[in-house]
Design a protein around this ligand. Structure first.
Ligand SMILES: [Ca+2]
Length: 561
């Protein structure tokens, strides 16, 4: 056993590391002190000392104009700004591309400002667009066809990252031609899992759930059998928010246990159907209604927002929630802060029958990089993407990562925010978790990058020194952690939203009415309205525009196979 003061120091260190990593992984700049200013102006870049891969060097250099969204929270090292930073210098020195920004605005103003620029004919050579803008600008004939430059110049790693998510290139393809580079991210990260208070299960001698019947029984026992042992009936089985859906205490994971997929489109009998109006919804609603009637949901869930549910979790009153893989970082960490033994374990969504349940998720593609029609070097964008993919993605080289992404010692300076060319690997969370687990199993962290080595130390601190705060890293990336479930979901236990286009005309017009109608009916049924209200809702949904939306979505699917 360690000396108490040493344990305290270790506990503080773990808390600090978790905080720092959370800031880094969220990309949220910290509000901490700014680093001491460096002497002189812009520090010398040490590109020559790095083992960098490039696929072009324009000589003489070419010009490329762009536009940038830079929020007030983004910090720069001394002497740097958006026009002169490690990324602009790397593009110029290493690739021969002089990247300049015609204007720079706050992220919230970007879409509007871009629309004004384009309308006035002032179109940058390369820029970021939303899915709607991609289609709009394409229809106006403003965008370069990137099909052949992508096919001939994209590096193996670029192709890999752009095909890990099967819909990302499709989302940038119009009439068979590629008009943008999708800015990829981890789609599976939004897939729901079931989080359960492991310490309560242990207290009551409960085995892990495999069926929804098991999950419902756990909910009942958490409500009726005083799992926190305080002699008061003050706990509920399942947390939910008034908004019903979301990454924290959302109910979509519960519905998935009944093979129901609210709010997404999936294939059934050769057609795309809307999950919210399928018959499987009814059995899930029936189960939730029963749980509510028996006090297993918060009686006031219909008015509680995410902050109030977070408070319920922090107070140690809630035993289960359907959420995403990172929930231990927030908000589940708060129950451990108040109850040191609190430990939440992730489980795959249990199934109502013998068929494994699938977690629903949607494409993570929200934006694309495009090139102006008529720009002399459309291929330059592909070389910039290659530079990112070949050097940054999967790199275990700490000096390289520190140079281009940011150093963990100055977490408020997030260097990759200075370039528009940022693609994350859809499978990175899974791969990183597996590397970490391999290192833990062999007790050999030497092959891990700095960030992973810190995670390794945090998990070791939990098992070897009993530092309970470290449970969050154990529950996510430790043995049997949440990221192992993401791997199953990515393989064959996921239900991907098959509609990834811009909203169809009827969708744009009718969904703003249909969505609130749906949520109101669901909330009321859970709180006791007759189940027949669901059948009435389905009829209304089709009559009030749903029929038209289904037709349009299936026409879209035929054109986008
Ligand atoms: Ca109690």
């Amino acid at each position: 056993m360690n000396h108490p003061t040493e344990r305290t120091r270790m506990r503080q260190l773990v808390a600090l590391l978790l905080l720092v990593m959370m800031l880094v992984s969220c990309g949220e700049p910290a509000s901490g002190p700014t680093p001491p200013p460096a002497a002189g102006a812009v520090p010398e870049d040490s590109f020559g000392a790095l083992d960098l891969v490039t696929t072009v060097h324009y000589d003489p250099p070419i010009e490329m104009s762009s536009v940038a969204a830079v929020d007030a929270t983004i910090k720069f090292l001394d002497g740097n700004d958006i026009h002169n930073n490690v990324w602009t210098r790397a593009y110029e020195q290493l690739l021969g591309i002089k990247l300049t920004y015609q204007w720079v605005v706050d992220g919230s103003m970007y879409g509007q400002k871009l629309g004004l620029s384009v309308n006035s004919g002032d179109i940058p050579d390369m820029f970021g667009v939303s899915a709607a803008q991609l289609h709009l600008f394409h229809e106006a004939g403003l965008l370069a066809d990137l099909t052949s430059v992508y096919e001939t110049l994209a590096s193996a790693k670029t192709r890999d990252v752009l095909t890990q998510d099967p819909v990302s290139l499709k989302a940038a393809t119009i009439d068979g031609k590629l008009y943008g580079i999708p800015l990829t991210d981890a789609a599976v990260a939004s897939a729901p899992l079931l989080w359960i208070r492991q310490d309560w299960m242990d207290q009551l001698g409960i085995d892990p759930p495999t069926t929804m019947a098991d999950a419902l029984e756990i909910s009942r026992r958490f409500t009726e059998e005083d799992p926190d042992g305080n002699g008061v009936a003050d706990t509920i089985g399942l947390c939910a928010t008034k908004s019903l859906w979301g990454a924290i205490a959302g109910l979509q994971g519960f519905f998935n246990g009944y093979h129901a997929y609210p709010n997404i489109w999936y294939e059934r009998d050769g057609k795309l159907v809307y999950g919210s109006v399928q018959p499987e919804m009814r059995s899930a609603l029936e189960a939730l209604q029963k749980m509510y009637a028996q006090g297993q949901l918060d009686p006031e869930f219909g008015v509680k927002d995410i902050n109030q549910v977070t408070e319920t979790i922090a107070q140690g009153k809630c035993g289960m929630e359907f959420g995403v893989w990172w929930n231990p970082y927030h908000p589940l960490n708060q129950s451990q802060a108040n109850y040191p033994q609190a430990f939440w374990s992730a489980f795959p969504i249990p199934s109502v029958d013998g068929v494994p349940a699938k977690s629903q998720y949607g494409s993570a593609i929200g934006a694309f990089l495009v090139v102006r029609q008529g720009y002399e070097h459309p291929e330059a964008l592909i070389h910039m993407v290659n530079f990112w993919s070949d050097n940054i993605l999967g790199s275990e080289d700490d000096p390289l990562r520190n140079t281009f992404l940011g150093s963990i010692e100055t977490p408020d300076v997030v260097l990759y925010k200075y370039t528009p060319v940022v693609l994350w690997e859809p499978n990175a969370i899974i791969n990183d978790g597996n590397k970490l687990r391999d290192a833990l199993a062999s007790k050999d962290p030497s092959g891990l990058n700095l960030d992973a080595q810190w995670r390794y130390r945090i998990i070791q601190a939990y098992f070897e020194q009993g530092i309970l705060e470290a449970w969050v890293e154990v529950a996510t990336n430790g043995p049997n952690g949440a990221t192992t479930i993401l791997e199953e979901i990515a393989a064959d236990r996921g239900q991907l939203n098959r509609f990834y286009g811009v909203p169809t005309p009827a969708m744009a017009e009718k969904m703003p009415t249909l969505d609130p109608m749906q949520d109101e009916v669901i909330t009321k049924i859970i709180m006791g309205d007759p189940l027949d209200a669901f059948d009435q809702f389905v009829e209304n949904w089709y009559n009030l525009g749903g029929t038209e939306i289904v037709e349009e979505v299936n026409l879209w699917a035929e054109r986008n196979q």
